[in-house]
Ligand binder design. Structure first.
Ligand SMILES: [Zn+2]
Ligand SMILES: [Zn+2]
Length: 352
């Protein structure tokens, strides 16, 4: 029976598969009739994925936006007609701020002053620009907090703190991730002494600082830096937290002509401990979302059923997908794995 997967990530956010590989995997998957790329805070990869899939597979435009609701970070899926993600101006503006704010926070949390200086130098060396950027004020106490974080991780691994930081092995990385600390590419570039990488990250960082100071750079400049950072460094614009409201995200998706769908509600609610599924569904529906992701690897069969019943009763759309990231260590779902999602009305609605 034909099935679909409307929740996939690529290297345009935190997935491991590039869009070409993702397209190949999806096209090789027996019975898969439609997919949607739903990268975090960007719809940039969709056109390339569609081009790679060609006529073999229906590709829906998607994006997954982190947005705050009752103190928890919810993930809102926005689906658009073909080409719609690229034209989603309001969503793009919203997501840029979303990503930039939190990227800056993590940079400030992680980058020691020595890295900053090195990056400044490297940026001039490699980009040939007069690229001084004022970092003295913002990095004053960063090194100390960084040192403390590293010490905490090493302690958790039962090892004495080491300084400077050794190149991160798997255990070190996992221990950091368990604490919600992201080993930034900037650190990896520093460790690897990769000048070009560090230079590009520095360029991105400068951009982030400018945005935080209320001087957001021009759209083309942002796009150029984001693209360079992604292509050359695998640098991901993805925020674990969000300062945008869920209502605002729903509005932006709809004003850009998209369909707003609440993603993986059960695990999100469980993690936040904020509401039962049955209480949350009507409350979230009242924000104007057009549907809910019912099929999800971490939804129990009973939860999927309850969401489907709610959607049917309210005339809302149901969707489903694997949340494929292509990472073995992050087994949320795998393309084509788990319970199969049947072909749903949203595919007819937006599938072109
Ligand atoms: Zn998500
Ligand atoms: Zn996802």
């Amino acid at each position: 029976m034909a099935h679909i997967d409307l929740h996939l990530h690529s290297t345009f956010s935190d997935g491991r598969d590039g869009v070409e590989r993702l397209a190949e995997r999806a096209c090789a998957e027996e019975g898969l009739a439609a997919i949607a790329l739903t990268d975090h805070d960007t719809g940039e990869g969709v056109d390339a994925l569609r081009a790679a899939a060609g006529a073999r597979l229906k590709v829906l435009d998607g994006i997954e936006i982190s947005a705050e609701w009752r103190g928890a970070v919810m993930h809102l899926l926005g689906y658009f007609p073909p080409g719609g993600a690229a034209r989603a101006e309001r969503v793009r503006a919203l997501c840029w701020d979303n990503a930039i704010t939190h990227r800056l926070e993590s940079v400030l949390r992680w980058a020691p002053a020595a890295v900053v200086e090195r990056m400044q130098r490297r940026r001039r060396e490699f980009l040939g620009e007069d690229a001084a950027f004022d970092t003295a004020a913002i990095v004053a106490d960063v090194e100390e907090s960084y040192r403390r974080s590293v010490a905490e991780v090493e302690r958790a691994l039962g090892r004495p703190p080491r300084w400077p930081v050794p190149p991160g092995g798997r255990l070190w990385r996992e221990a950091m991730e368990r604490r919600g600390l992201v080993p930034l590419p900037v650190l990896e570039a520093f460790v690897a002494r990769d000048g070009r990488k560090a230079a590009l990250i520095a360029a991105f960082w400068e951009d982030a600082v400018a945005a935080a100071k209320g001087r957001p750079p021009a759209a083309e400049e942002r796009a150029r830096i984001a693209r360079a950072a992604r292509e050359d460094c695998g640098f991901v614009l993805y925020a674990e937290r969000s300062s945008i409201t869920l209502a605002g995200a729903v509005r932006a998706v709809q004003e850009d002509g998209g369909v707003a769908i609440l993603a993986h509600l059960s695990p999100t609610l469980r993690a936040a401990g904020i509401a039962s599924l049955d209480d949350a569904l009507p409350e979230l529906a009242s924000l104007g979302v057009q549907g809910f992701e019912a099929w999800y690897p971490l939804h129990g069969e009973d939860e999927t059923e309850r969401i489907l019943r709610f959607c049917a009763a309210r005339g809302l759309l149901a969707t489903g997908g694997t949340d494929h990231h292509g990472k073995k260590e992050q087994r949320i779902g795998d393309l084509g794995g788990g319970r199969r999602v049947p072909v749903l009305p949203i595919v007819e609605l937006l599938g072109g």
